[in-house]
Design a protein around this ligand. Structure first.
Ligand code: GTP
Ligand code: MG
Length: 565
């Protein structure tokens, strides 16, 4: 048996998991039940204890979804008891488990493949984990000087767990979304638009295992940062945990430094101060920059599996970007980014309140990506975050509304939920029991079609999108697209978007609305060639337009006239 602390790593892609919690509501239509069934059936896929997943589901039905901070704490604790093991390509599952069980009880495990086979193993307590780590040796490579860094990334190079029998090989969980052509093919076998939307959501959502891996990578990076800042913690935020993450999305990490020095530093009983706290920096931003800079150096020099480390410290929100090879994640580490953490909690809440929100966001994001409305390269494009806010706003504007406004969620907050960050009121309730939704039974088909129509006719030149109020307001500044930052209300989250990108978005919305109203499906909507065909048909004015489409075109004409005045 030979477990080695990982000093070198191989390239790997991102992992797979599914994590949907849906509240049981009596008055939902069939599509909601279908989505609910989908989300529930996904919980715990590939995890060793299926009965645990069922128990969790039953619990969820009784008590409602958990608040994000509660879930995060649970997942963080699981990650702290877990290891990532690079295995030989042919591993015998039972021998592997027997070997690890000698160190302690295994709670959960799964395998994934990505330029090598990896296993994530969670022990039921720290003792098992520590026993395994103590048994691992740092490799000695005669021609290199090895830094003997101990980490929870291990490699198992043990022939006795090898395998020649296919049946006893571990099953690897998928890690990436299917390519778009394959997805379109898959969707074409669905009988309705609604079914297609559900299939797309299913294909794109993060899986349970993928979320676990994201928490584990945060925990591994946290071990490195803790060498300097022992009380710090690193948690995922953004789409990794807000319910809108697509397999393969980046891993946004939040370095929480607030616990450092909180331990009685204001009222020292011993009269003893820690020297490192005496180093003064000119501003909080400067402190964040120095801390991130130090961690970046550590990751670059010693972080197992961390490559391509870049310090982007002069950005509005300073960050360290790197690739974590064994997981395949592109990671963005920021520090004390509390407002972004709050936005994550808010989006999570919206996604949990109504499953149609997630299904629409996944569909709109996919549509935007295939038509080049969004991009992985920073620029004048609309971001996924902005698109999500646009969907939330649209759902707040339905009659009756599908989602509550942020102001309403603030009114519902208990006094203990009051939250002010840097002078910004970030209060809203995180308690699902306090939120009563109105009954709206619109189908996903209707909503998708109306989403495109809504933004085809939205007065972007005059109005701002505001999810706090749940209604459009006059724009406070010039600029093509104004989406008010929900918490830092003087900021525009889409400040980067230029006129031509907004025009492309509006024109695609018009064409997509047209297509859906003419009986088109999601497969046609996701094929750029179909959209250009509609464009040329519209130019030739050959299509007989329904009364509804005529009305839409009329309002577009009026809007364009207003724009050009
Ligand atoms: P993808 O990574 O594209 O899947 O989506 P994401 O939601 O994770 O977006 P991104 O990685 O760009 O940003 C991570 C998180 O930072 C978001 O979920 C938001 O919580 C927050 N964020 C991103 N952009 C903005 C912005 O312009 N303003 C504010 N206030 N927060 C932002
Ligand atoms: Mg992200």
């Amino acid at each position: 048996m030979r477990l080695r602390v990982h000093a070198t790593t191989t390239m790997a892609a991102s992992m797979a998991v599914r994590w949907f919690n849906v509240r049981d509501r009596k008055c939902r239509v069939k599509c909601l039940q279908t989505l609910e069934a989908l989300f529930s059936s996904r919980a715990g896929v590939g995890i060793t204890r299926a009965e645990d997943a069922l128990k969790d589901e039953g619990e969820k039905k009784k008590t409602g979804p958990k608040a994000l901070h509660v879930l995060q704490a649970e997942r963080q604790a699981e990650a702290e008891r877990s290891v990532l093991i690079s295995c030989l390509p042919k591993t015998h599952l039972n021998k592997f488990l027997t070997y690890l069980s000698r160190h302690g009880n295994i709670n959960k495990y799964f395998f994934y493949e990505s330029f090598g086979t990896y296993a994530v193993v969670e022990f039921s307590d720290q003792d098992g984990l520590q026993s395994l780590l103590e048994s691992a040796v740092v490799p000695s490579i005669s021609h290199e000087s090895v830094v003997p860094l101990r980490s929870r990334l291990l490699s198992l190079r043990n022939t006795s767990t090898g395998n020649t029998d296919k049946q006893s090989a571990p099953q690897c969980q998928p890690q990436r979304t299917v390519p778009i052509n394959e997805l379109i093919q898959r969707l074409s076998s669905s009988t309705s638009l609604e079914q297609q939307i559900i299939s797309l959501t299913e294909a794109h959502s993060l899986t349970e295992e993928n979320i676990r891996l994201r928490f584990l990578i945060c925990s591994l990076v946290s071990d490195i940062a803790a060498a300097y800042f022992p009380e710090c913690s690193i948690r995922p935020f953004g789409s990794s945990v807000n319910g809108f993450g697509k397999l393969g999305c980046d891993l946004d990490m939040f370095l929480d430094l607030d616990a450092i020095g909180a331990n009685g530093s204001n009222t020292p009983r011993s009269g003893m101060y820690m020297e490192y706290q005496m180093k003064r920096n000119s501003s909080e931003r400067a402190v964040t920059q120095s801390v991130l800079s130090v961690i970046a150096e550590c990751l670059e020099q010693f972080g197992p599996g961390c490559v391509g480390v870049q310090k982007i410290l002069n950005a509005r929100c300073p960050l360290v970007r790197f690739a974590h090879q064994p997981s395949g994640f592109q990671c963005d580490l920021t520090a004390n980014n509390r407002v972004a953490m709050r936005s994550t909690e808010l989006l999570y809440l919206f996604g949990e309140l109504d499953p149609r929100a997630r299904a629409l966001v996944f569909t709109v994001r996919c549509w935007a990506r295939v038509h080049g409305i969004t991009s992985s390269i920073p620029g004048a494009w609309i971001t996924n975050f902005s698109l999500t806010i646009m969907v939330v706003f649209f759902l707040q504007r339905r009659s009756p509304p599908i989602l509550p406004t942020l102001d309403r969620l603030r009114e519902l907050a208990a006094p203990s939920e009051k939250c002010i960050i840097d002078g910004n009121d970030c209060t809203f309730t995180r308690d699902f029991h306090r939120i009563q939704l109105e009954t709206n039974t619109e189908s996903l088909d209707q909503l998708l079609s109306d989403f495109f129509e809504f933004y085809s006719t939205f007065l972007f030149n005059k109005m701002s999108i505001n999810i706090r109020k749940g209604k459009e307001e006059h724009k406070p500044e010039l600029g093509p697209l104004h989406i008010q930052n929900p918490f830092e209300t003087s900021l525009n989250v889409s400040k980067n978007v230029n006129t031509s990108q907004l025009e492309r978005f509006v024109s695609l919305c018009q064409e997509s609305a047209w297509m859906l109203q003419s009986g088109g499906t999601l497969t046609t909507l996701l094929l750029p060639s179909q959209i250009s065909a509609v464009r040329s048909r519209k130019k030739r004015k050959r299509e007989p337009a329904s009364e509804r489409i005529k009305g839409l075109l009329e309002s577009l004409r009026t809007q364009n006239n207003v724009k050009t005045k």
